[in-house]
Design a protein. Structure first.
Length: 425
């Protein structure tokens, strides 16, 4: 846990203004890391500390106390509206992007009023949806000194508060500088189900993104994420022939039996040495015990560390579907008539580290260290995020920039307020 003292300057002494005459550009992830300016760092850190208990923690509490399960569209809209108000108060424009199918709340892109629509920018990325429906009963933030529990305190309403109040510190001390910054704050509402609707928005923005910072929950020792596994979901369907199991068994073509023969071949594609895993986690089939089953399906979860391995897994699975019984000399002739169909694909490509993303991490770490955070690169992460998509489209990306905590997607999820304060600084 991050049991660290608060940053210096936590009192209520007014912070000096930051010179905003020459706003920095978004730069390039290939540029050398800029050294933090000590006076600017001190002034902004003091502003963050002064506003923390007075403004940031109350807003964080309100945001967490506003339920926002992905499929509860009205709830998510209500939570996003809280963020709309904060960003509009700082002069940011809002682009609302509806889900074409109406399943999810609108996605948002907040940008300074003077930023041209086609201008390159740094992306600050987060999601407002959580995995907790109202009926879980896990609905409010609970504070125990530095530790807070509640739905989204880690994943990832604390990360959203990091972005918002970093902007507010700049707005308080250097409004002209904030207004001129080439950045876009991207807020989506469907990340927890794989970003199916917001993917097109992220891809559009990636074409003019200089880099991306993703504010998912922080990892141990404040280490920055540069690599994540990718994943995919596939469904195999076996199509046989129904028959009465007592009177006409021989006329049937048992789809469950055929699928059971195929599953070991699917699982055999797992290769731990390369970080490739395939897991048949769901299986369905049949209608009655005395009926030869006409159809059966299984759902396969796939994980991989590289784009090359993702491509190889997809090809191998489609090859199985095209010729499922190749080389199986002991396969009964009747079962060979069962047809196999495949659906699905890669839901999130792997996030692979690049030289550009490493330079971005090093640039960020200079400022993180100045705020009291530890630095370093996190090990490969198993779960996916929007960073997977952005990195796959060639955007230098770092992730895990929200506050530290544990127990993602569990009702004992928690994060640390001291980490929130330092991440904001």
């Amino acid at each position: 846990m991050n049991d660290k003292p608060p940053p210096s300057g936590a009192g209520e002494t007014p912070a000096p203004e930051v010179d905003d005459a020459e706003p920095p550009s978004a730069g390039s992830a290939t540029s050398p890391p800029a050294a933090p300016d000590p006076a600017r760092t001190q002034a902004l850190s003091e502003r963050v500390a002064q506003a923390f208990e007075r403004e940031q923690v109350p807003f964080f509490t309100r945001l967490v106390d506003t339920p926002s399960h992905t499929y509860a569209r009205a709830d998510v809209e209500q939570a996003a509206a809280l963020i709309d108000a904060r960003m509009q108060a700082m002069g940011f424009g809002i682009e609302r992007v509806p889900d074409p199918e109406g399943r999810f709340a609108d996605h948002r892109v907040y940008s300074p009023a003077g930023l041209a629509s086609d201008a390159p920018s740094l992306l600050l990325v987060g999601h407002v949806d959580t995995v907790f429906p109202r009926d879980t009963g896990f609905l409010t933030l609970r504070r125990e000194d530095d530790v807070v529990h509640g739905p989204g305190v880690l994943d990832m309403k604390s990360g959203l508060c990091t972005i918002i109040f970093a902007c507010e510190a700049l707005h308080a001390l250097a409004p002209a500088q904030l207004a001129a910054l080439p950045l876009r704050f991207v807020l989506n509402s469907d990340e927890e189900v794989g970003s199916p609707s917001s993917r097109a928005l992220l891809e559009r923005l990636s074409a003019r993104a200089s880099a991306a910072m993703v504010f998912e929950g922080g990892r141990a020792e404040d280490k920055v994420i540069t690599r994540r596994k990718g994943g995919g979901m596939f469904e195999f369907e076996a199509k046989g022939r129904a028959a009465h199991a007592g009177n006409h068994h021989a006329e049937g073509r048992n789809a469950i039996h055929a699928l059971a023969r195929l599953i070991p071949r699917i699982e055999a594609l797992t290769d731990y040495s390369r970080g490739v895993t395939l897991n048949v986690g769901l299986i369905r089939g049949g209608t009655a015990k005395n009926t030869v089953p006409e159809s059966a399906t299984c759902v396969v979860d796939t994980r991989f560390e590289t784009v090359a391995d993702a491509d190889a897994v997809v090809e191998a699975l489609h090859a199985l579907a095209r010729d499922p019984w190749a080389g199986m000399d002991d396969m009964p002739e009747a079962l060979r008539e069962v047809e196999i169909e495949i659906r699905g694909g890669v839901t999130r490509p792997p996030m692979e580290a690049s030289a550009a993303s490493q330079r971005l991490r090093e640039a960020y770490e200079g400022h993180a260290a100045a705020a009291g955070l530890k630095i370093g690169e996190a090990p490969l992460q198993g779960g996916g995020s929007d960073a997977n998509l952005l990195a796959a489209w060639g955007v230098p990306s770092i992730d895990g920039l929200g506050p530290y905590g544990k127990h993602f997607h569990r009702t004992d999820e928690f994060s640390h307020l001291s980490s929130l304060r330092m991440r904001t600084a």
